[in-house]
Design a protein around this ligand. Structure first.
Ligand code: FES
Ligand SMILES: [Fe+2]
Length: 361
């Protein structure tokens, strides 16, 4: 069953983040809340250096186009959208939600120019767990087996969503989702960690299709947030490429899901989206309390990540050390496998094995 972790090779302990610095290009990233996409407005977002305009057509289907008019580069998100087409505000070119140019109103009837070949790049978009997800991969579809979109798995009675931009690289930000060692030092608020003492933790990590799952040995936990559920909850935390952390708490028929998604905006800006969902209507009363606490929690990550990024900007190396840092090493190993599998045109083969890890937090 659970093998003891193998000793770290020195070259694994000192990872050069330059090696695989880029976020995975062929993967789904959370770009907006689903309810932010309506058929009478356009929404501009950034994803991996691309400017993207999001919308929802009159039939309810979401779309994502490069936010750049081919004519003179104008942001189409600044233009009008009538539920079927986008009109550029600069010279009135019209585009369908498929990106194809439908009309160039300034053409004279004697002008032979054919605009049917003009198109704006269209990105694939999907909706899941209350969010819109875009795959920024360019070029022909790679056919790679891309990590599945997170699903909720129950009907939410309510949710709270917090989005925060972190001035840090995608990798550094994503590592905070799999880093048990920072919790005691960064998230030391009374409501999350009443005790300041570090305690020995033993957790089992099991490989999953594009990541790994952590299950608690002892399901008792000190957090008052968990105690709200009553009973002894079971907690499962899954990490999945490209940067998705899914914490699922189950106590009888009660469900709480705490999902965190990392989205690369530019090479040094990453958005963290934290969504808390529950299936007990009574918990809706706690929304006004939950929101500022979640924001505080995410801001703690944001602040420490920005300071760490400043250090990495001066010298871009990390020393990943001890069992508590193994999940961080696994992140890089999973990412390397995703890149290698895509390059070799073969399915992703999870390189991880079931392991028991011990650390103090
Ligand atoms: S820039 Fe868009 S129509 Fe000219
Ligand atoms: Fe954190």
């Amino acid at each position: 069953m659970s093998a003891s972790p193998r000793p770290q090779a020195p070259d694994e302990a000192a990872l050069d983040p330059d090696a695989m610095r880029q976020p995975l290009a062929d993967a789904w990233y959370c770009v907006a809340r689903s309810d932010a996409l309506t058929s009478n407005a356009l929404k501009a977002v950034e994803l991996n250096g691309e400017q993207i305009v999001l919308g929802r057509d009159a039939s309810g289907t979401a779309f994502a186009l490069r936010d750049r008019c081919p004519h003179r580069g104008m942001a189409l998100s600044k233009g009008r959208f009538d539920g079927t087409g986008l009109t550029c505000p600069f010279h009135g070119w019209r585009f369908g939600t498929d990106g194809r140019c439908r009309d160039v109103p300034t053409l004279s009837s004697s002008d032979a120019a054919d605009f049917s070949k003009i198109a704006v790049h269209r990105f694939p978009v999907r909706e899941s767990a209350g969010f819109a997800w875009v795959n920024p991969h360019l070029g022909s579809p790679s056919g790679a087996d891309v990590p599945a979109l997170p699903e909720l798995g129950f009907t939410a009675a309510g949710s709270v969503v917090i989005e925060l931009v972190v001035e840090a690289s995608y990798d550094l930000t994503t590592l905070s989702l799999v880093d048990p060692g920072h919790v005691a030092f960064v998230h030391d608020s009374w409501w999350f960690r009443p005790s300041k003492d570090l305690r020995e933790k033993v957790k089992t990590f099991t490989p999953t299709p594009h990541g790994f799952t952590m299950t608690s040995h002892a399901t008792t936990t000190s957090s008052p947030v968990y105690r709200l559920l009553g009973g002894v909850p079971s907690v499962e935390i899954e990490f999945r490429l490209p940067g998705v952390r899914l914490e699922r708490i189950v106590a009888g028929a009660k469900r709480v899901a705490n999902y965190t998604f990392a989205t690369p905006l530019t090479h040094n800006r990453t958005m963290l989206t934290n969504a808390l969902y529950w299936n007990m209507p009574a918990l809706n009363l706690l929304k006004p309390v939950a929101r500022p606490l979640m924001r505080q929690f995410l801001t703690q990550d944001q602040q420490v990540l920005q300071h760490a990024q400043a250090g990495l900007d001066r010298k871009p190396t990390m020393v990943l050390f001890g069992q508590g840092d193994l999940p961080s090493q696994w992140y890089f190993r999973l990412k390397r496998e995703a890149l290698t599998a895509a390059r070799e045109g073969r399915p992703f083969a999870n390189p991880l094995v079931t392991q028991e890890l011990r650390w103090r937090s």
